[in-house]
Each structure stands twice: as C-alpha cells, then as structure tokens.
Design a protein. Structure first.
Ligand SMILES: *Cc1c(COP(=O)(O)O)cnc(C)c1O
Length: 378
C-alpha cells in the first residue's frame, strides 16, 4: 500500500479556501452594506435578485432565508392562490435530502416518495404512473448531486396530469437540460445558498425562481409576514428574507460561479477518465445536459470497506444520504413508504472529495487509491 504517514489530508471540501479566493471583493462589498444603513430588503438584495434571475433565465427571483423556506413558500403561495390545497399529494424522489419532504409536509401536502433511477439518481420516470393518486397535484424534481432530473417522458407525464412542477434546485445551480438552466424548467424552483452549495453564501440564504408574476408576488408577501403594505397583513406569512450582507456576497460569488462549476467539471472528468476498478461504478453522464458536480458520487457493493480504506489513507468522503427518509424518526408516518431501490442505493453510494479548490494532485492521489482498492474476501 502507498505510504501515507506524512501525506496531507484530502479534505472533502475546504470552504475557507473557496471563500478566501474572493477575500478582497467580499470584504469590500460587506463594508458597503455596513455603510449603507439598510440590512434587509435594500439595494444589494434587489441587485442580486435581478442578476440571479437573469443568470437562470427566469423573470422573477425572490431572496428568502434558506432553501427549505424557498420550497415551503412556493407551496404556501400556491395554496393561497388556490392552485394547491392542503391534503393534496406531491411526488418527491425518495433519495433526496430531508428538506424536500419537510417542505411539503410542513405546508400540509402529502408526500409520495418515488424510487430513484439508480443510474442517474433522479426520480424514476417509469415508475411515476404507479405512484400517482387521485389527489396528486404536484411533483418536485430534485436535481440531485448537480445533474438535471428532467426528460421528455417526465415532461409528457407532467403535461398529461397537469401537475405543478416545483424544482428543488438546491444542488444544481448552473446545470442545464437541453440548453435551459435548472430552476427554469418547471413552474417554480427553490434554491439554497447554504455555504457548501455550488453558489454558497457566508450563512443561510435561499431564493424562489419563477416566471409567474402572481406566484412571485405572493411569495414576496408571504416571506415578509404576509404583508405587502407595512403593518397590514393579508395572509399568515412567515419571516424568511435574504439579508443584504448575504445578497452582496452572493453577487460577488455569482460572477465566479461558472468558473467554479467549470473547475468541478475538470475534476469530474479526471475521475471519470482515470478511475478504473471493477468494484467501483462511476456516475452516469447524459449528453443533453450539463452536470455541475455538486457531488461526485460513485457506487460500490463494498462501499463501507472502500470508505474505511480511503479514510485510513487520509481521504475524506461522505454519504449523501446515510438514512432513508422513510426510516427517519421524524417521519414515522412514512415508514410504510420504505423503498428497496433507495435502500440498495443508500448502501452503495459514496461521495468523493469535490470542490472548486481541490488540488489536482490530490485528485490524482485519490484516483490511485481507488484503482488499487480490492475488497477483502468474505
Ligand atoms: C441543501 C438542500 C436543501 C435545503 O437548503 P437549506 O438552505 O439548507 O435549507 C433542500 N434540498 C436539497 C436537495 C438540498 O441539498
């Protein structure tokens, strides 16, 4: 085995380095916010909302507190507008982060967990019909790991059943499907600017994207205590706003998003080209879409052993996600939605180090380890 005693750790993601690249610009813009005297819903937020809407290719962007709230606000707004009602069901991929499901449940929708396609990790379009119910009114495609989860079959299914499409675009900002960006593929999208995301703030942040002016207006009202005019409350809203500091930082980081995503792609191509091991399956690439590699997820039937081996050789990896939503204590009511496909996938997935600041030398080191990996006989 390779000598690793004095080798530096290969971190999964060094966030400090991601942001320190832009230290001067970030410090400058934060100082400007400081001296502006406006800290919520001012010029910095307006500027960011416009730039981000333009980047994605939608008409409206509303900055909100985080990605979970973005999804919640979309659903709540549709309920206020009479397009959804409490008790309606929504199709959601089973293998997503808990926020997707939590948003639906918190707003009174009934989640129907649909198995993923094990190759793409996206919702399995072929199984949608079997999961449809009479009261299914919406679908939440999750562009998991940075790959657009969309297809002509999915669009046809959506059209056939007249479903509202609420994209969870927390992991795929900058990704495309047939030339269009994720976040502009459905009726509305929720985005997260959690620091580890491809476009990350220095704290919590999120956004709602849509072309629908009515929905945009309602989300803006609901995110600000249900109030359009100060101290007059038409709806029972929440307090979930993007603050000026985060908006200003995000405007700086948006300028570098394409470069960051490009570097992620360089790293991914290196992994794709060089990892050659029959015990490790690589992610699937699709021609009509651009992956932004929020996570680089391989699969192995010997995953636990592989992860341990990498850890022993100073390489950090993670599992996204280690516990099925239907197995979470918080979701006892979803226990009967246990899904063997998701469970099998959960046991095989492993996220390799990936970031816009990883050293290519470290990538080569990880590749070497992966190619040398052999499961022990059992
Ligand atoms: C991060 C994430 C969210 C939630 O975003 P927060 O800003 O942390 O609330 C939702 N869905 C997915 C798939 C995510 O990865």
């Amino acid at each position: 085995m390779l000598a690793v005693k004095f080798r530096r750790q290969v971190e999964f993601l060094n966030l400090k380095r991601v942001n320190q690249q832009h230290q001067n610009e970030i410090a400058k813009t934060m100082t400007q916010v400081l001296s502006s005297g406006t800290y919520i819903r001012g010029e910095a937020t307006r500027v960011f909302e416009n730039k981000f809407a333009e980047y994605i290719g939608v008409k409206h962007c509303i900055g909100v507190g985080n990605g979970l709230d973005a999804l919640r606000l979309i659903i709540r707004a549709y309920i206020c507008l009479g397009k959804l009602k409490k008790g309606d069901s929504i199709l959601i991929p089973h293998n997503t982060f808990i926020a997707s499901v939590l948003a639906a449940v918190e707003e009174g929708l009934v989640p129907i967990l649909v198995p993923p396609n094990p190759d793409t990790h996206g919702i399995d379009t072929h199984q949608l019909q079997a999961f449809m119910k009479e009261n299914t009114k919406a679908i939440m495609p999750v562009h998991l790991y940075g790959l657009a989860c969309f297809s002509e079959q999915l669009q046809a299914f959506i059209d056939q059943h007249n479903l509202l499409v609420i994209e969870d675009n927390a992991q795929a900002v900058g990704a495309t499907y047939q030339g269009r960006k994720t976040g502009a593929l459905g009726h509305a999208a929720g985005v997260s600017f959690y620091p580890t995301k491809n476009l990350g703030a220095l704290g919590d942040g999120g956004a709602v994207l849509t072309d629908d002016p009515e929905l945009a207006k309602m989300v803006r009202i609901l995110s600000n205590y249900g109030s359009e005019e100060k101290y007059l409350h038409q709806y029972k809203g929440i307090n979930s706003r993007l603050d000026e500091v985060q908006a200003a930082v995000l405007t700086v980081k948006l300028k570098y998003l394409n470069a960051h995503n490009h570097f992620r792609n360089v790293v991914a191509q290196c992994y794709m080209r060089e990892i050659k091991n029959p015990f490790i399956a690589l992610p699937t690439l699709l021609e009509d879409r651009k992956h932004v590699w929020h996570l680089f997820v391989v699969r192995s039937p010997y995953r636990d052993e592989l992860q341990q081996y990498l850890q022993q050789n100073r390489v950090n990896t993670l599992i996204h996600y280690p516990t099925l939503i239907s197995e979470q204590e918080a979701f006892k009511e979803l226990k009967d939605q246990y899904c063997p496909t998701t469970a099998k996938l959960q046991g095989e997935i492993l996220s390799l180090p990936m970031s816009p600041v990883i050293y290519l030398e470290d990538v080569e080191y990880v590749v070497g380890l992966l190619n040398a990996f052999r499961p022990s006989l059992r």
